[in-house]
Design a protein around this ligand. Structure first.
Ligand SMILES: [Zn+2]
Length: 134
Protein backbone atom coordinates (compact mmCIF):
# COMPACT_ATOMS: atom_id res chain seq x y z
CA UNK A 1 0.00 0.00 0.00
CA UNK A 2 1.34 3.43 -0.93
CA UNK A 3 1.36 6.21 1.63
CA UNK A 4 1.07 9.77 0.38
CA UNK A 5 1.45 13.13 2.07
CA UNK A 6 -1.86 14.60 0.88
CA UNK A 7 -4.35 15.89 3.39
CA UNK A 8 -8.14 15.83 3.56
CA UNK A 9 -9.56 18.96 1.88
CA UNK A 10 -12.10 19.35 4.69
CA UNK A 11 -10.41 18.53 8.00
CA UNK A 12 -6.70 18.44 7.03
CA UNK A 13 -6.03 14.95 8.35
CA UNK A 14 -3.28 13.08 6.48
CA UNK A 15 -4.75 10.78 3.84
CA UNK A 16 -3.68 7.20 3.37
CA UNK A 17 -4.56 4.86 0.56
CA UNK A 18 -5.44 5.70 -3.03
CA UNK A 19 -3.27 8.40 -4.58
CA UNK A 20 -6.33 10.30 -5.90
CA UNK A 21 -8.08 10.36 -2.54
CA UNK A 22 -9.15 13.86 -1.41
CA UNK A 23 -11.19 13.22 1.73
CA UNK A 24 -11.13 10.96 4.81
CA UNK A 25 -14.64 9.73 4.17
CA UNK A 26 -18.06 10.52 2.71
CA UNK A 27 -18.79 12.88 5.59
CA UNK A 28 -15.77 15.10 4.84
CA UNK A 29 -16.59 14.94 1.12
CA UNK A 30 -20.15 16.06 1.72
CA UNK A 31 -19.11 18.94 4.03
CA UNK A 32 -16.64 20.13 1.37
CA UNK A 33 -19.18 19.94 -1.47
CA UNK A 34 -21.84 21.75 0.58
CA UNK A 35 -19.43 24.60 1.35
CA UNK A 36 -18.44 24.82 -2.30
CA UNK A 37 -22.09 24.90 -3.39
CA UNK A 38 -22.97 27.64 -0.87
CA UNK A 39 -19.96 29.70 -2.04
CA UNK A 40 -20.88 29.31 -5.72
CA UNK A 41 -24.51 30.09 -5.02
CA UNK A 42 -23.48 33.25 -3.15
CA UNK A 43 -21.34 34.40 -6.07
CA UNK A 44 -24.07 33.76 -8.64
CA UNK A 45 -26.54 35.57 -6.42
CA UNK A 46 -24.38 38.69 -6.09
CA UNK A 47 -23.74 38.86 -9.86
CA UNK A 48 -27.46 38.44 -10.54
CA UNK A 49 -28.14 41.23 -8.10
CA UNK A 50 -25.79 43.59 -9.97
CA UNK A 51 -27.33 42.66 -13.33
CA UNK A 52 -30.85 43.25 -12.06
CA UNK A 53 -29.73 46.54 -10.51
CA UNK A 54 -28.31 47.63 -13.90
CA UNK A 55 -31.47 46.52 -15.70
CA UNK A 56 -33.63 48.51 -13.30
CA UNK A 57 -31.60 51.67 -13.98
CA UNK A 58 -31.78 51.22 -17.78
CA UNK A 59 -35.50 50.43 -17.62
CA UNK A 60 -36.16 53.67 -15.72
CA UNK A 61 -35.33 55.71 -18.86
CA UNK A 62 -37.51 53.93 -21.40
CA UNK A 63 -41.10 52.76 -21.58
CA UNK A 64 -43.76 51.93 -24.20
CA UNK A 65 -44.02 55.58 -25.26
CA UNK A 66 -40.29 56.31 -25.25
CA UNK A 67 -38.31 53.32 -26.47
CA UNK A 68 -34.93 54.99 -26.59
CA UNK A 69 -33.25 57.80 -24.64
CA UNK A 70 -29.88 59.57 -24.57
CA UNK A 71 -28.45 59.72 -21.05
CA UNK A 72 -25.18 61.17 -19.71
CA UNK A 73 -22.80 58.39 -18.67
CA UNK A 74 -22.02 60.29 -15.47
CA UNK A 75 -25.65 60.05 -14.43
CA UNK A 76 -25.55 56.25 -14.62
CA UNK A 77 -22.30 56.27 -12.65
CA UNK A 78 -23.97 58.45 -10.07
CA UNK A 79 -26.87 56.00 -9.80
CA UNK A 80 -24.48 53.10 -9.13
CA UNK A 81 -24.54 51.47 -12.54
CA UNK A 82 -21.92 48.70 -12.87
CA UNK A 83 -20.48 49.02 -16.38
CA UNK A 84 -18.54 45.75 -16.05
CA UNK A 85 -21.73 43.72 -15.72
CA UNK A 86 -24.01 42.86 -18.64
CA UNK A 87 -25.75 39.69 -19.81
CA UNK A 88 -24.72 39.76 -23.47
CA UNK A 89 -23.78 42.05 -26.33
CA UNK A 90 -25.51 42.76 -29.62
CA UNK A 91 -24.06 44.34 -32.75
CA UNK A 92 -26.23 46.39 -35.09
CA UNK A 93 -25.93 46.30 -38.90
CA UNK A 94 -24.06 49.59 -38.60
CA UNK A 95 -21.53 47.91 -36.33
CA UNK A 96 -22.58 49.56 -33.07
CA UNK A 97 -22.18 47.40 -29.98
CA UNK A 98 -25.04 47.26 -27.50
CA UNK A 99 -24.42 46.13 -23.95
CA UNK A 100 -27.49 44.31 -22.71
CA UNK A 101 -28.81 43.71 -19.22
CA UNK A 102 -31.51 41.15 -19.99
CA UNK A 103 -34.11 42.99 -22.10
CA UNK A 104 -32.58 46.48 -21.88
CA UNK A 105 -29.41 47.78 -23.45
CA UNK A 106 -27.17 50.76 -23.95
CA UNK A 107 -24.83 51.89 -26.67
CA UNK A 108 -21.89 54.25 -26.18
CA UNK A 109 -22.48 57.25 -28.47
CA UNK A 110 -19.67 59.43 -27.13
CA UNK A 111 -17.32 59.60 -24.18
CA UNK A 112 -20.03 61.31 -22.15
CA UNK A 113 -23.23 59.93 -23.59
CA UNK A 114 -25.10 56.65 -23.81
CA UNK A 115 -28.13 55.66 -25.85
CA UNK A 116 -30.46 53.46 -23.84
CA UNK A 117 -33.06 51.25 -25.48
CA UNK A 118 -35.09 48.10 -25.12
CA UNK A 119 -33.56 45.00 -26.69
CA UNK A 120 -36.90 44.34 -28.41
CA UNK A 121 -36.50 47.36 -30.72
CA UNK A 122 -33.09 46.22 -31.95
CA UNK A 123 -34.60 44.08 -34.70
CA UNK A 124 -31.55 44.13 -36.94
CA UNK A 125 -29.04 43.40 -34.22
CA UNK A 126 -27.30 40.07 -34.27
CA UNK A 127 -27.26 38.73 -30.74
CA UNK A 128 -24.02 37.35 -29.47
CA UNK A 129 -23.45 35.69 -26.13
CA UNK A 130 -20.18 36.87 -24.57
CA UNK A 131 -17.47 34.48 -23.45
CA UNK A 132 -17.59 33.57 -19.81
CA UNK A 133 -15.57 36.10 -17.87
CA UNK A 134 -15.56 34.30 -14.54
ZN1 LIG B 1 -11.46 14.71 6.66
Amino acid sequence: MSVNTKHCLTCGHPLRGRIDKKFCDDNCRSIYNNKKYIHEKGFVKSVNHLLLHNRRILASYVDDNKETEKVPKALLHHRGFHFDYFTHTAVSKEGATYYCCYDHAYQVVSEQELQICKVAIMKDAALTIPDSEF
